[in-house]
Design a protein. Structure first.
Ligand SMILES: Nc1ncnc2c1ncn2[C@@H]1O[C@H](COP(=O)(O)OP(=O)(O)OP(=O)(O)O)[C@@H](O)[C@H]1O
Ligand SMILES: [Mg+2]
Length: 463
């Protein structure tokens, strides 16, 4: 694509003007501040409207009433944009006003969706490295899913971290085992404990307060039965409660006899239980030795229980020790396995990287891109650095940077089969040896000591 004519009105601080290029190279020269870059910005203004084309007033505010307008006649199509006083963008194709969507679609198709990338050689080298890299891999390398070594590395780190905690945990358990007293034979201790428990139960039964309480309760019950019998004895009727006639003497005597027998039985039982209670109480009271024995049996039981508990503790600790040792073994096996997987993945990834780097670089003449760098640790990291003869772009001289930028641009336009007019700022900085012969129409912006001057290179005819 070439430009035949650029026309502008009310554009920034430029006086209204035009460049009639007819597809030829154009040199725009002039002193600093003469308006060269303003002219260069007409192209992105018309295509994308991203440029603030209104002038600033003394307060730094844009002059709203200004209506910047610019038209670019390419070979084959004329595009025009104007910004109204109300800051509305109006767009035109070949003199006909069209909606923003129609206009933008047209521009997208004309520029291959690459924006101003193909208009300015320095645009790509100034992208962030990641953007450069993604662009190169997307367009210049075969689609490939790189092996995810980082994911495997993370897993390895996690396993190693887990494995590293095990020796300390084993040591802690061994320390606890050492501190535990579990000498002797657990079965024999259990036997002794059973015997003591039996003895304890017996002693307790003998001095049982429960039994005393039980007897007291029974005595009280019998006493109230006896009292009831006495009451009944005293209140036994001698006359019929209904007719008042005297009851037969034998019947009365029989009733009294029955009550009396029951009462005597109760009294005898009370007596028997009291004796039993007394015996129990006297036993509990006088038996100081029993008390001592009971206490010593109790402490014997708790000592044996403690010893048995230690055996259980030791068994638990041993179980945990076994588990940890098994975990340690399986973790280490997993680590070894993963290490070999990583080594293989790394190798595959390196091959993939080399292949994609080669396929990218095959498409540039001078520039070689470094897409991966090896760290001192041996790890490989993604990067993107254009180089010429091994010198990275950031260290190249100004002219060499230009050469690299043009080489990159050339590869891009070959790839996308698009050729745009180039806007080259600071063109006075480059000597012949840095110039790369490009077929493009060139708008060269040069600083000179003169007024703004626009000259069309009549010697180079449009292709
Ligand atoms: N939107 C704007 N409104 C008004 N003045 C502007 C605007 N943008 C830039 N200017 C001014 O216009 C003048 C021309 O600027 P421009 O950047 O085009 O000059 P230049 O020729 O490229 O200079 P240099 O050689 O220093 O790059 C400058 O004085 C600048 O401050
Ligand atoms: Mg400038």
């Amino acid at each position: 694509m070439k430009i035949n004519r650029i026309v502008w009105q009310n554009f920034k601080c430029l006086p209204d003007g035009e460049i009639v290029a007819n597809g030829r190279n154009v040199t725009i020269s002039g002193r600093n501040g003469s308006g060269k870059s303003s002219i260069a910005s007409i192209l992105p203004f018309v295509l994308f409207g991203r440029v603030d084309a209104k002038s600033f007033d003394a307060q730094g505010l844009t002059i709203g009433t200004q209506t910047p307008t610019a038209t670019i006649e390419f070979d084959g199509i004329t595009l025009k944009r104007l910004v109204t006083a109300g800051n509305k963008n109006r767009t035109f194709i070949d003199g006909k006003e069209v909606t923003a969507t129609v206009f933008n679609t047209k521009v997208f198709n004309l520029t291959g969706g690459l924006g101003t990338l193909l208009f300015n050689p320095f645009e790509f080298p100034n992208y962030a490295w990641k953007v450069q890299r993604d662009f190169l891999l997307e367009h210049f390398a075969p689609k490939e899913n790189f092996v995810d070594v980082a994911g495997l590395d993370d897993e390895l780190k996690r396993l190693r971290k887990d494995a590293a905690t095990i020796p300390a945990r084993i040591e802690e358990i061994n320390r606890q085992l050492n501190d535990l007293d579990f000498s002797g034979d657990a079965a024999e201790i259990q036997q002794r404990l059973n015997a003591l428990n039996e003895r304890f139960a017996k002693l307790q039964a003998e001095s049982s307060e429960e039994q005393q309480k039980f007897l007291t309760r029974q005595i009280r019950q019998l006493e109230s039965t006896r009292d009831e019998l006495r009451r009944r004895y005293r209140s036994t009727k001698t006359h019929c409660p209904t007719c008042g006639a005297a009851l037969p003497k034998e019947k009365i005597a029989e009733t009294l006899e029955r009550i009396s027998v029951e009462g005597k039985r109760a009294s005898a039982e009370i007596e028997r239980l009291r004796n039993q209670l007394e015996t129990l109480q006297s036993k509990a009271n006088f038996s100081v030795e029993r008390g001592q024995e009971l206490r010593s049996v109790q402490s014997g039981i708790s000592e044996l229980n403690r010893q048995l508990y230690n055996f259980k503790q030791a068994a638990n600790l041993r179980k945990r020790l076994e588990q940890l040792t098994a975990d340690d073994k399986s973790l280490n096996a997993k680590i070894v396995e993963l290490e070999s997987q990583i080594a293989q993945a790394q190798e595959r990834r390196n091959r993939q990287m080399k292949a994609s780097e080669d396929s990218v670089n095959a498409q540039f003449k001078f520039v070689k891109f470094k897409l991966f760098k090896t760290l001192a640790s041996g790890d490989i990291r993604e990067t993107c650095e254009p180089m010429i003869y091994g010198v990275p772009y950031s260290s190249l001289s100004k002219g060499e940077k230009f050469k690299a930028a043009c080489d990159i641009l050339n590869a891009f336009q070959t790839k996308f089969n698009l050729e745009m007019p180039l806007m080259i700022d600071d063109a006075e900085s480059y000597t012949r040896n840095s110039l790369v012969t490009l077929p493009n129409q060139i708008f060269a912006f040069k600083v000179t000591e003169s007024e703004l001057d626009i000259s069309v290179d009549e010697s180079r005819a449009a292709a």
